[in-house]
Design a protein around this ligand. Structure first.
Ligand SMILES: O=C(O)CCC(=O)C(=O)O
Ligand SMILES: [Fe+2]
Length: 193
């Protein structure tokens, strides 16, 4: 199979990437942003680094100091309801989406190149507020292969398979606010699955 697949417009997505537009209605988007803002967001912390983005975790939390997953608060009702809709759209089992990360990117905040922890398997992201440029790169013999996918507000994207295991992703800082709700399944090797 080729490394990339074409969409209808001839641009390319890394394999395993999927996008569903219009998952969230406009009025609902405002309510979701308010829920995220009210969830006790704290600056993302990694060793001595304090990220510019603000986050809160439910279900499970990746403890970067101890380098392992730890239980986190259970999902509040609004997230349980959203999870059912996402699972239906993506044809997954709602309970399998065991970890939720809420993130707010204030102007100037982004996320650098990374691959999510191998403790997680699939990632389902709901994007709110400003459009994001989700960038992908993968090392090849000719240097980096790259792809950039615009993620419109109120859409859902999925990272699964090669785009999760072979490609890194990042989001460039932008001048406007963006909110994301990412659901993750746990890797099969994880003792809780
Ligand atoms: O904000 C997003 O949509 C994704 C952020 C991300 O890559 C992550 O939290 O691992
Ligand atoms: Fe990520």
């Amino acid at each position: 199979m080729s490394a990339q697949q074409s969409d209808l417009f001839g641009s390319t997505f890394p394999n395993g990437f999927q996008l569903w537009e219009g998952l969230i209605q406009e009025g609902e988007e405002e309510a979701l942003k308010r829920e995220i803002d009210a969830s006790g967001l704290a600056p993302f912390r990694f060793q001595q680094w304090l990220g510019k983005r603000l986050t809160a975790s439910y279900g499970w939390h990746y403890d970067f100091e101890r380098q392992r997953l730890a239980p986190a608060n259970p999902l509040p009702d609004w997230l349980t309801a959203l999870r059912i809709r996402i699972a239906a759209r993506a044809k997954r089992d709602a309970d399998a989406l065991a970890q939720v990360l809420l993130t707010r990117y204030d102007p100037g905040a982004g996320i650098g190149w990374h691959r999510d922890r191998p403790d997680f398997d699939e990632i389902f992201g709901v994007s709110l507020g400003a459009e994001a440029a989700l960038r992908f790169r993968r090392r090849s013999v000719r240097g980096f292969e790259r792809a950039t996918v615009p993620i419109p507000p109120r859409s859902l994207y999925c990272l699964s398979g090669p785009v999760r295991t072979e490609w890194e992703h990042s989001i460039a800082p932008i001048a406007a606010c963006r909110w994301s709700i990412t659901f993750r399944t746990l890797a099969r090797s994880h003792p809780e699955t």
